[in-house]
Design a protein around this ligand. Structure first.
Ligand code: N01
Length: 493
């Protein structure tokens, strides 16, 4: 089986890519999806309280803008419905191959084609492969001694056990990131007790109400108002949030707002002190939330800050020797975000293994292409996560650029195109300089970083800057792969 393009993954990136291919009149493409249905993280995360902490009018594609005069922050079900609707409107179901987990992708130099193998035995070839597998879907469950002996139920937030009813249970939530903040209020509504195990306090900025008030609804009914609102959100993210990521005074207003939020929500000074971070705001992904602090103040909720030493049959043991008896452990411990494309084995020119090349931290030109891997593109690749705005928006910019690369390749009639090593070197230099000016260069661990400390996930500037850099024509950064290259050259050591 051969397709001109194979897209891997059907979250926002894969659906956006498929829609762009259809708009360009392309029919010969497949979208491979390892799960039984499309949706990415919005399909996977079914924990109670799961919702989007970016306003949906921004967290949507420009070609299918989210329209509502009522809902500002939809729940996960509504976001999943939005994605399904975009896919249906673009005619993507006919291109989707579900239950097809790609395991290997190998570039065959003589044919300038990708050979693809899936776990279900399907083999295919493609001229172009676009990896849109995301980075926040492989759960990070810490290895704690005694885990296997736990007598209750335990699971990760992204693998919520629908049969496990927290009502009347004693629940442990390990972790205090966005997932924990979103599920704690719902859990504490029905659980007998919830103990929240915090290793590091988070910076939390208040999130406006999920629904618009009457005045905003009236305004949003006016012609063009929702488009203007989306534009304002994008400008606001670039102007107000992106500067937080730089070190120094530009982060002060956000830190002040976060401290004010904490003061308003937590009356107890002792609890407040335990919830106050001692690292710069933005060093970890900021939590946007309005209910977490208040939930922590409930009578049936307790914040535990002593480090976890092990899991025991009856619950969680901490370094102060206390055994916290629980029936359910919820690992809100995040994702193995630095392991891009894992567990797919990707081989490029000369048998080059992508994961060997990325051993000390993933890198890709503009987060979307790697020298030595011709005709392969990434959506949401290294250093293209926007911590201060809309990631569907970043993905849309990547998709537009990939489409321009495909048109350029057709125009010059090249079997394959590859990133020029010089363009990659210049980009890496720019990236290193830009990252050195950000708050992430401080010694704070987060999912933004590889285990060796390399900063592999976030984009270090505004979305506007990203778009400006992608305006350069593909010919400035890519080169056709000639047959002479194919037979003799190994691009990278
Ligand atoms: O994961 P996280 P998340 N012992 O990595 C703790 C996106 N998202 O699932 O900070 C004890 O942020 C860890 O502690 P520490 C969003 O981009 C979006 O919450 O490392 N604790 C931390 O508290 C987000 O940033 C939405 O010290 C341990 C927590 O677990 C990203 O997903 C909603 C531990 C992990 O926090 C990930 O969020 C939800 C251990 N051994 C998520 N190991 C939207 O609304 C880890 N921790 C769009």
């Amino acid at each position: 089986m051969h397709s001109t393009v194979v897209v891997v993954g059907s979250g926002f990136g894969g659906i956006g890519m498929g829609a762009a291919l259809r708009r360009a009149g392309m029919e010969d493409f497949l979208i491979l999806e390892e799960s039984p249905e499309l949706g990415g993280v919005w399909r996977d995360n079914t924990y109670p309280g799961c919702n989007c902490d970016v306003p949906a009018h921004l967290y949507s594609f420009s070609f299918a803008p989210y329209r509502s005069t009522r809902t500002r922050y939809p729940g996960r079900r509504r976001t999943l419905e939005y994605l399904r609707a975009v896919a249906a409107d673009a005619g993507l179901p006919a291109h989707l191959r579900t239950d097809t987990a790609l395991t290997e992708a190998t570039y065959r130099e003589t044919e300038a084609r990708w050979e693809l193998k899936a776990a279900n035995g399907i083999r295919m070839t493609a001229d172009i492969v676009v990896f849109a597998v995301g980075q926040l879907h492989r759960p990070n469950i810490p290895e704690l001694p005694g885990q296997a002996d736990f007598a209750g139920v335990s699971f990760h937030t992204a693998q919520w056990n629908p049969a496990a009813d927290p009502a009347g249970c004693r629940v442990a939530v390990i972790g205090t990131g966005s997932s924990a903040a979103q599920c704690l209020p719902s859990l504490s509504d029905s659980a007998a007790s919830v103990r929240v195990f915090q290793r590091t306090p988070q910076w939390i900025l208040p999130k406006p109400a999920a629904e618009f008030g009457p005045a905003a609804r009236t305004v949003l009914r006016l012609p063009g108002a929702q488009r203007a609102y989306r534009w304002g959100l994008r400008q606001g993210a670039d102007t107000l949030l992106a500067p937080i990521m730089r070190r120094g005074w530009t982060a002060r207003p956000a830190e002040w707002a976060a401290r004010r939020h904490l003061r308003r929500e937590v009356a107890d000074p002792v609890l407040r002190a335990r919830l106050t971070p001692d690292y710069p705001i933005g060093a970890k992904r900021i939590v946007f939330d309005a209910h977490y602090y208040r939930a922590l103040g409930r009578d049936n909720v307790e914040l535990i800050t002593a480090p976890i030493t092990r899991i025991v049959p009856e619950g969680v043991e901490t370094a102060d020797g206390i055994r916290h008896a629980v029936d359910m452990i919820v690992y809100a411990t995040g994702f193995r975000a630095a392991e891009f494309l894992s567990p797919i084995t990707v081989r490029g020119r000369g048998g080059l293994l992508l994961h060997e090349q990325w051993d000390s931290g993933a890198k890709a030109f503009m987060g979307l292409a790697v020298p030595g891997f011709p005709n392969a593109f990434l959506i949401a690749g290294p250093n293209s996560f926007n911590p201060a705005g809309s990631n569907p928006g970043m993905k849309e910019q990547q998709i537009d650029y990939i489409m321009r690369c495909l048109r350029w390749r057709a125009h010059i009639d090249a079997p394959a195109i590859d990133v020029r090593p010089g363009a990659m070197a210049a980009y890496e230099q720019w990236m290193d300089d830009a990252l050195a000016r950000t708050v992430w260069s401080s010694n704070v661990p987060s999912w933004y970083k590889h285990r060796n400390g390399a900063i592999t996930s976030p984009w270090p500037a505004s979305a506007r800057t990203y778009g400006r850099m992608l305006r350069r024509p593909p010919a400035a950064s890519f080169a056709p792969v000639t047959s002479a290259d194919v037979s003799s050259e190994r691009i990278m050591p």
